[in-house]
Write a protein that binds this ligand. Structure first.
Ligand code: LLP
Length: 457
């Protein structure tokens, strides 16, 4: 039985085996068909007066994926000036980007920001300070701005991914809107877009409630707003026992509310969403190989040591996230499928090769070990970690223990497997490092020099 999240995936055990033999493990493997289908689904969200979808590129910012996703008709949500620059380098024009960042741009960054806004980038100001820093330019150029609001209520898959409650610092807090708007009005700046992102992977009910909340304060405070951006964060199911948000139902709800808003105000609001996880999470697979096996005594655990772990997927360590595991024998047979436990399944703990006991793919939110049932892999068999298309390559603490960034490949719709990022080389890991300068003085002087440099001791 194929779980829902693999419905569009064209990956087969044989493709994995062939790719592993060709490129060497570990590597990330993305499925083009899944990405195209997810883009199609989100673009088909019901809406009242038009919909723009921004792909939150922080989820996976590689050039080929940006090109693929924007070719489907999505624009790009960027979270830093460098992300905007990176998207531009991938061929995406600034007028297809929105920038929502905590950064306060100075110097060259500030000059660049003006250039990007001039080229059409939407600047989503997130604080009064950001507004003040861009106010003169926006007023002089007559450029409307977007504003991110902190709604006071949010929801995330974990507390650390809730961006809407008092523990998070994103956006202009609801209680500060009048003050920030006074500043904007005094400068003659128009706020034509209102934005809220309540968190990642949270409760879809809270996401729906935010539609009402956001429309309520848009109506109260933002007479010039033409666009309402509901953010990203659609809950995605990576495991067979998880439920994904129903984006069709959320779109229907938003449509109904935007139509009611129109009936009350005569204003036709354009709708925006900006998912990252939803587009790429289940299109990504981390292909690893079994390096070793160990058991820690009678009451201990069965450890399987893989050739990639936290440096390639840090989500279990960071959030206790669960990812599906598939075991493929070295000759290309599927031995274990996440949604179909075989009879000879046993409990194993999958760990990586980093010198860090948290380098595990089987952790709970509290950092405890949670063994998982699977068919025992043999040495050199492949273990594929699913749900790794979002925030894995992008968010990995790569170069820890001097491990490189790994290869990324994509399974094209025609069956070809194409490299989209080469592995990092040893030279690239150390390329910006400089040697310690060797002092020319004799050894006595050297000693004096060292003493002199620690006067407080
Ligand atoms: N828009 C804004 C303003 C955001 O901050 C984010 C995510 C998104 C959109 C996209 O959210 P998504 O659809 O991917 O949930 N590293 C975490 C997720 C944190 C995302 C931070 N912001 C994870 O691995 O689950």
């Amino acid at each position: 039985m194929q779980p829902q999240f693999l419905k569009f995936c064209r990956l087969t055990p044989e493709i994995v085996k062939n790719a592993a033999e060709k490129f060497g493990t570990p590597f990330y493997l993305y499925d083009e068909n899944t990405i195209v289908e997810k883009c199609r689904q989100v673009l088909a969200m019901p809406n009242a007066f038009g919909l723009t979808v921004h792909y939150a590129m922080k989820a996976n910012p590689g050039k080929a994926l940006l090109q693929l996703i924007t070719a489907q008709g999505l624009n790009v949500d960027t979270s830093s000036l460098n992300e905007a620059r990176r998207a531009f380098l991938a061929g995406i024009p600034y007028d297809r980007m929105i920038l929502t960042t905590q950064e306060i741009p100075f110097g060259q960054d500030r000059t660049d920001l003006e250039k990007y806004i001039h080229a059409g980038l939407t600047y989503n100001v997130c604080s009064k300070r950001q507004l003040l820093l861009i106010a003169d330019y926006a007023a002089a150029e007559n450029v409307p701005l977007s504003m991110r609001i902190h709604p006071g209520v949010g929801s995330g898959e974990s507390a650390s991914r809730n961006t809407g409650d008092k523990y998070s610092s994103f956006g202009v807090h609801l209680t500060n809107i009048p003050e920030v708007l006074d500043t904007a009005n005094a400068r003659g700046i128009v706020i034509n877009r209102v934005h809220v992102h309540i968190g990642s992977g949270g409760d879809p009910v809270t996401w729906r409630e935010n539609i009402d909340r956001e429309l309520m304060f848009l109506e109260k405070y933002f007479p010039d707003a033409e666009t309402v951006n509901f953010g990203g964060g659609f809950k995605e199911a990576r495991m067979p026992d998880e439920d994904a948000a129903d984006i069709q139902a959320l779109g229907e709800y938003a449509t109904q509310r935007i139509l009611e808003f129109y009936q009350r105000t005569g204003r036709k609001l354009h709708m925006e969403v900006e998912p990252g996880t939803f587009i790429v999470a289940n299109a990504g697979f981390l292909v690893t190989r079994v390096l070793d096996k160990k058991r820690t005594g009678k009451d201990g655990f069965n450890f399987i040591i893989l050739d990639a772990g936290m440096e390639a997927n840090t989500r279990p360590l960071m959030y206790g996230s669960r990812h599906p595991f598939y075991v493929v024998s070295k000759d290309g047979q599927l031995l274990s499928h996440e949604s179909e436990k075989r009879k000879n399944s046993d409990a194993f703990v999958l760990v990586g090769k980093c010198c860090e006991s948290g380098d595990s793919q089987c952790l709970t939110k509290n950092g405890e070990i949670a063994p998982r049932l699977l068919t025992e892999p043999q040495l050199d068999d492949y273990v594929i970690i699913g749900g790794t298309g979002a925030y894995c390559s992008a968010m990995s603490p790569y170069n820890y223990n001097s491990h490189p960034q790994y290869t990324e490949v994509i399974l094209r719709r025609n069956g070809d497997v194409q490299v989209i990022r080469k592995p990092q080389t040893m030279e690239q890991i150390v390329q910006n490092e400089l040697p310690l300068e060797i002092s020319q003085t004799n050894s006595t002087n050297k000693r004096q020099k060292i003493n002199a440099s620690y006067p407080i001791f």
